[in-house]
Design a protein around this ligand. Structure first.
Ligand SMILES: Nc1ncnc2c1ncn2[C@@H]1O[C@H](COP(=O)(O)OP(=O)(O)OP(=O)(O)O)[C@@H](O)[C@H]1O
Ligand SMILES: [Mg+2]
Length: 257
């Protein structure tokens, strides 16, 4: 069975979501469910409304119309840019939401340590201020901040773009393992189809022109079991044979004026 817990209710349901900025439609009639232990990758051309959709799902932005039902306990959010407090060291950035929740010092320190280790941060880097970090370190600090909340759903907005190949793989493995052991589900925005095919159960494709969700594909096999060869064949098939993916890879299909 590819989609886990099919019989359970989704932990996130978006129905009939419309949104516009300054009178310009960005999202229209979006309906999307996310199930426990599931990773859904959201792909689509730049500016098609992916971040807006994730912000609406997480409650950061209120939609113009439609309903969001959240049946999870706690979400974590990794924004498209790290959004770290510039005056706080990495460890204090990671701890910030825990302080906000009035989690005591001992538990806070332990959660920061564990989340930093999962995000592959060196303990020595935890004393650095954002200005002293590399771009990849800032991203991993933002990932650790989300993990420290012990979320059962994580919204990822292009989270691994500044990471080198090895770290990107390690972070992808973290997402795959988390969905397997049910520690969290994920709604994961990416421009990288190979990344989507590697980590996701389903890939949802958005329209370039505010038309909403164009369609979705279930990825064969389980995340973590797919070989490099499987991924290569799959992505090749998506971009050469599947019309759903054509407008992502073919700039002429986007009708950019
Ligand atoms: N706060 C805002 N005010 C006005 N327009 C906005 C705002 N946020 C986003 N937009 C517009 O909404 C559209 C969708 O933006 P969004 O950031 O959701 O796209 P995206 O799919 O995440 O793009 P990318 O892949 O480049 O990150 C864009 O045209 C953008 O200019
Ligand atoms: Mg975006």
């Amino acid at each position: 069975m590819n989609q886990p817990d099919e019989n359970c209710r989704p932990i996130l349901s978006l129905s009939g979501i419309d949104h516009a900025y300054l009178g310009r439609t960005v999202l229209s009639r979006i309906t999307l469910d996310l199930f426990r232990r599931e990773v859904v990758a959201l792909v689509g051309p730049s500016g098609c409304g992916k971040s807006t959709l994730v912000h609406i799902a997480a409650g950061v932005v209120n939609p113009l119309r439609g309903r969001v039902e959240r049946r999870y306990n706690q979400h974590g959010m990794v924004f498209q840019e790290p959004r770290l407090l510039p005056w706080a060291r990495a460890r204090d950035n990671i701890a910030y939401p825990l302080r906000h929740r009035r989690i005591g010092r001992g538990e806070r320190d332990e959660r920061v340590r564990a989340a930093a280790a999962r995000a592959a941060l060196d303990p020595l880097d935890l004393d650095k201020f954002p200005v002293e970090m590399s771009g990849g370190m800032r991203q991993r600090t933002a990932i650790a901040r989300a993990l420290a909340m012990q979320p059962d759903l994580v919204y990822f907005d292009e989270p691994f773009t500044a990471l080198d190949v090895a770290l990107k793989r390690r972070m992808q493995d973290l997402v795959i393992a988390a969905s397997r052991d049910a520690s969290f589900s994920a709604l994961f925005i990416t421009h990288d189809l190979t990344e989507a095919a590697r980590i996701a159960h389903r890939i949802v494709v958005m329209d370039a022109h505010g038309g909403g969700i164009l369609g979705e594909r279930t990825v064969p096999g389980r995340p973590g079991d797919r070989t490099e060869g499987d991924l290569f064949r799959l992505v090749n098939q998506f971009v050469t044979q599947d019309p759903l993916f054509r407008h992502i890879h073919d700039i002429d299909e986007r009708r950019i004026s």
